[in-house]
Design a protein around this ligand. Structure first.
Ligand SMILES: C[S@@+](CC[C@H](N)C(=O)[O-])C[C@H]1O[C@@H](n2cnc3c(N)ncnc32)[C@H](O)[C@@H]1O
Length: 334
C-alpha cells in the first residue's frame, strides 16, 4: 500500500483495517525482508520473575528446565516492573515481539537518519536497534527504572550509537510539551494497555508526528485473548475469556454476553481512533501467533526460524487475527 498524504486532518478517511478475523489478507508487499543481525538484548537475566501459569494444566513452560521470566500473569500484560520487563525481553516471547516490530518498521520508516520518537520506550530495545541503524531516537518514558535500564544498554553501545539516543522522562500524554512535534515517526509499543483510555494518548501520537510521518502502535488483541489460556490447557480461564463463565456441565440457558474489552485492547477501536485523528493505516500485523503460550522459555538455536514463521503468520489472515498483540502502522495524512 502506498501512502497518500492529504492536507486536511479535519476530514479523515475512516479505514477500519483491524477488524475481526476475516478481513482481506495482507498483501505480499507487507512481507518485508528481515533485519540483519539478531535480537538486541543486553541483559541476560538470571532470575525467574513474575507469575507462572499453573503447571498442573499442561503448561509447556512448566516442562522446561529453564525459565527466564514470565512477566505477565496468565492473561495480563507483559510489564510488572522494569527488572521483570528486562527479563521478559530475553525470553523467546520477548525476542519474537521485538524482532517482529523491528522487521515491520523497517518496511515503513523513511531512510536513516530520521528523527524517531519512542513513547514509553521501556528498556530501550527499539531505540537501540534503530540508533544502530543510523536513526536519531528520543525515548520519552515515565519510569526512571526503565530509563536506567536503557542507559545501561546504551553504555555497552559504541559512541556513534549513544550519541543518537536521547532520553526524556515523562508521560506520553505530555510529550508535545516535553519533546515538541514534527517527528518523522512516533512509536508507542505496549503502552496503551497501561492507560485507562487510549484516545488521549493516541491523539497525542498523531500530533507529535509530522504530516506524512509514521505512527507505530502495539496493543493487545482483545478479541483473541482466550487463545493463550486454551493452548496452556487452562480451560476455566479459557471459557471465562470467551465470555462463557459457567462451569462445564452446568445448565446453560444461552450464550453469555461477550467479555467487555478495555477500549485499548480492541484493535478496531485503536485503528479507528488513529484514523479519526488524521492518519491512514498502511498495514497491521499480528505478533505471537504460535509462541504466546510458551511462558518464559529462552530463545533456542532455532530462533530465526521461529521469527520467520511468526512473521509470515503475522502478516496474513487468518493467523494475524488470533495473535496476542496487534501492531498498527499508520501514516499521518495531514
Ligand atoms: C510493556 S513496557 C513496553 C516498553 C517498550 N515500548 C517495548 O515495547 O518494549 C510498557 C512501558 O510503558 C510505559 N508507560 C506506561 N504508561 C505510560 C504513559 N502514560 N506514557 C508513556 N509511557 C508509559 C511504562 O513505563 C513501560 O516502560
Amino acid at each position: 500500500m502506498q501512502p497518500s498524504p492529504t492536507s486536511d486532518r479535519r476530514t479523515p478517511v475512516f479505514d477500519h483495517t483491524v477488524p475481526p478475523p476475516g478481513h482481506p489478507s495482507a498483501s505480499s508487499r507487507e512481507l518485508r525482508e528481515p533485519p540483519s543481525g539478531g535480537p538486541q538484548v543486553h541483559h541476560a537475566p538470571a532470575r525467574v520473575a513474575g507469575h507462572r501459569p499453573e503447571p498442573s494444566h499442561g503448561d509447556p513452560a512448566a516442562r522446561e528446565p529453564r525459565v527466564l521470566a514470565v512477566v505477565d500473569g496468565s492473561d495480563t500484560a507483559d510489564y510488572v516492573d522494569a527488572a521483570d520487563y528486562v527479563a521478559h525481553t530475553a525470553t523467546l516471547r520477548g525476542v519474537i515481539r521485538q524482532r517482529l516490530v523491528t522487521r515491520a518498521l523497517i518496511g515503513h520508516l523513511p531512510p536513516a537518519p530520521a528523527r524517531l520518537l519512542d513513547i514509553g520506550g521501556g528498556n530501550g530495545v527499539q531505540a537501540l536497534e534503530f540508533a544502530r541503524r543510523g536513526y536519531n531516537v528520543t525515548v520519552c518514558e515515565p519510569d526512571p527504572r526503565m530509563l536506567a535500564e536503557t542507559r545501561r544498554g546504551l553504555a555497552d553501545a559504541p559512541e556513534s550509537v549513544r550519541r543518537r539516543v536521547e532520553l526524556v522522562r515523562g508521560d506520553g500524554r505530555d510529550a508535545v510539551h516535553l519533546v515538541g512535534t514534527g517527528w518523522d515517526a512516533t512509536f508507542c509499543h505496549g503502552v496503551i494497555m497501561f492507560v485507562p483510555e487510549p484516545a488521549p494518548l493516541l491523539n497525542v501520537l498523531v500530533e507529535l508526528t509530522r504530516p506524512g510521518g509514521i505512527i507505530s502502535v502495539v496493543g493487545k488483541n482483545g478479541p483473541a485473548l482466550a487463545l493463550r489460556a486454551g493452548l496452556q490447557g487452562r480451560w476455566r480461564d479459557t471459557t471465562a475469556l470467551l465470555g462463557e463463565p459457567r462451569a462445564v456441565g452446568a445448565a446453560r440457558p444461552g450464550r453469555q454476553p461477550a467479555v467487555q474489552l478495555p477500549p485499548g485492547d480492541d484493535p478496531a477501536n485503536v485503528a479507528a481512533i488513529l484514523t479519526a485523528a488524521g492518519t491512514r493505516s498502511l498495514a497491521w500485523y499480528g505478533i505471537r501467533t504460535f509462541t504466546d503460550h510458551l511462558g518464559g522459555i529462552p530463545p533456542g538455536s532455532d530462533v530465526d526460524a521461529v521469527v520467520d514463521a511468526e512473521w509470515a503468520a503475522g502478516a496474513r489472515d487468518p493467523y494475524r487475527g488470533i495473535a496476542r498483540l496487534i501492531h498498527h502502522v499508520h501514516r499521518r495524512t495531514g
